[in-house]
Design a protein around this ligand. Structure first.
Ligand SMILES: NC(=O)c1ccc[n+]([C@@H]2O[C@H](COP(=O)([O-])OP(=O)(O)OC[C@H]3O[C@@H](n4cnc5c(N)ncnc54)[C@H](O)[C@@H]3O)[C@@H](O)[C@H]2O)c1
Length: 340
């Protein structure tokens, strides 16, 4: 099989490629990534030595580049991870989110149709459902996104389904909860806590910190995506979650305790506008239809993650470039956080 992966130099994409090449040794992979600030070739170090893996630097919103990649590689299947993925940045500057997360998906769908891909898996998010205070969203729940990021992902889900209904494209959508694990860019909560704590820097926590997320170890998500890609029913959506709900504050305090750092590093900042209070998805469908369930406990996943960041401090420093620093200095000082 030939698999075209987009966004493979980002967090989940890189973990997925590493997982996939071990599991499906004869499969050829083409990784298409623009290498934005979040894409990092180091995430796939060693991979270029494999005969059946290739990387192309290209932009999914560029139709000519994508047509060339599809024409040359002729993939049987496509998994689209490529996205602008950080909610805070979508609030500060939404345009890139609309372009990549919606228009880019349109370009990929057109190519998949034109070059006859037999599976197209769109990696979406539980954030498309919006906030829920009690109960859980299932795959047929109404989507009600709150941020420009989640709205762009929700719009893309609509387009993916439209290509299925209108042109018969064999599509699949996964909507996972918050992932954590190695190679996650340290603007997202868990790697931000770990890397700031290791550097004895303040840790910004939005509002009261009681926003609830369901923390999924990235390896479990990769396993689920692989299963949906191969065994999922086309035209269907699959929620993926760990069923491990905790508040942001709980997660920050837990990591500080593990690292033996003072809770005084926590600094509450002005809440994020439109901040969803709780995300929660039911995973009954993927459990019943595909037999998937999470296998890594939060304790085990967190311990692997902390260990990885402790042993890869230069990776952290390489991601925190001048552009990163200037964006966040401005962003967090606007929220009232000093000494970031
Ligand atoms: N991280 C999470 O907790 C989470 C949860 C649910 C869903 N998702 C979804 O999973 C996918 C991957 O998320 P992630 O956390 O790995 O993101 P990430 O930001 O770490 O990686 C995104 C990758 O996409 C690439 N990219 C961005 N724009 C591109 C473009 N125009 N053309 C080609 N490549 C481009 C970047 O260079 C980067 O390598 C996203 O679609 C995201 O919406 C993430």
């Amino acid at each position: 099989m030939k698999l075209l992966v987009t966004g493979g130099c980002g967090f989940i994409g890189a973990n997925f490629i590493r997982y996939y090449v071990k599991k499906h040794r004869s499969c050829a992979i083409l990784n298409v990534d623009k290498l934005t600030y979040a894409g990092n070739l180091q995430n796939l170090e060693g991979m270029e030595e494999r005969k059946n893996y290739r990387f192309v630097r290209a932009d999914i919103t560029n139709a000519a580049q994508m047509r060339q990649a599809f024409r040359r590689f002729r993939p049987d299947a496509v998994v689209n991870f490529a996205a602008e993925s950080f909610v805070d940045r979508s609030i500060a500057a939404p345009a890139a989110f609309l372009k990549t997360n919606f228009l880019g998906v349109g370009v990929l769908l057109n190519c998949a149709l034109e070059y006859g891909a037999t599976r197209f898996l769109q990696v979406s998010t539980d954030e498309v459902y919006g906030s829920i205070l009690k109960g859980k969203f299932h795959e047929r729940s109404v989507i009600d996104p709150s941020s420009p990021y989640s709205a762009s992902k929700a719009a893309a889900d609509g387009l993916v389904m439209a290509f299925h209904r209108t042109y018969g494209l064999p599509v699949l959508i996964t909507r996972s909860s918050n992932n954590y694990g190695p190679y996650q860019f340290p603007e997202k909560l868990i790697p931000l806590i770990i890397s700031n704590a290791l550097n004895h820097q303040k840790i910004p926590v939005y509002g009261d910190g009681l926003h609830v997320r369901d923390w999924l170890y990235v390896g479990d998500n990769c396993r689920a995506i692989d299963l949906v890609l191969h065994k999922g029913r086309t035209g269907e959506i699959y929620n993926i979650g760990a069923q491990y709900e905790r508040t942001n504050l709980y997660v920050v305090e837990k990591i500080l305790r593990i690292l033996n750092k003072p809770l005084g590093l926590i600094e509450h900042v002005k809440d994020r506008p439109g901040h969803d209070r709780r995300y929660a998805v039911s995973i009954t469908k993927i459990k019943k239809q595909l037999g998937w369930q999470p296998s890594v406990s939060f304790e085990a996943g967190l311990s692997k993650t902390i260990d990885w960041y402790e042993h890869n401090r230069s990776w952290i420093e390489n991601t925190r470039t001048g552009a990163y620093r200037s964006f966040y200095r401005k962003y967090y000082s606007g929220l009232g956080l000093k000494n970031f």
